[in-house]
Ligand binder design. Sequence first.
Ligand code: ASP
Length: 288
Amino acid sequence: LALRRGYTELKAGKSAVDAVTAAITVLEDDPHFNAGRGAVFTHDGRNELDTSIMDGRTRKAGAAAGVHRVKNPILLARAIMERSEHVMMVGDGAEVFAAEQGIELVDPSWFRTEKRWQQLQRRLIEKRQGALDNDRSGRRYTGTVGAVALDNHGGLAAGTSTGGMTDKRYGRVGDSPIIGAGTWADDRCAFSGTGWGEFYIRTAAAHEVCARMRYLNEGPAEAGHAVINVDVPALGGDGGAIVMGADGRIGFPFNTEGMFRGWIGEDGVPHIAIYAEDPLPLPSASAP
Ligand code: ASP
């Protein structure tokens, strides 16, 4: 559905930003993903949402962190990009702005799902028992959502939305709302990341991948691999990303067991994959 929504926007001649917004809104509303409804819980049992969006054509960007009442955080990121003079807003101030912009606010309980609550409880028990083998437990951060798109006019855009990591501290902000870490788009490259956010910040992962494409002339798969599968693990992190070039080529680097991903090309046929050995993207695919 997310792929089709994004594709419909592009087919109608709308911008990559419209496609990314449409796709992410669907995923935020779906309780299976760690974004919007279904977000993971902080250590003290809240949902705190982080998000960002970037328009590669104008290099405008919008981001919000630590919000807990905005039903679709990506709409707030977009409003910050388009209707404020700022790039990033946090917490209560971001929500006051959301309300002023007519963006739907909900009771914080809207985001709660039993599955994520149990995930937090399990983690707290394991921690108490000292049973965590290490902090890389994938259970902490599966399901962040992101989208990249290329429109009919050659514009690229990227967006990311997340509840962050299970058991994170109150006030912790990950990479997803940080432009250049979790999200980036310019005239040649769009990136959205998922993984252990602290490491994406420390490697400036999103910008680093796009810089490699610009300066080393690497493709999205190659540049993505160099950062996500080499630089991030070298510091002790892990995760994945979706990367797209201005020629429509896409890359899906990840070093976790799997990464849910999908793409749709000009032919409008949606593709999805989870594990590394799943079918590879079409060279012409243009809107995962
Ligand atoms: N990168 C996100 C964060 O650290 C989590 C994720 O991708 O699932 O907040």
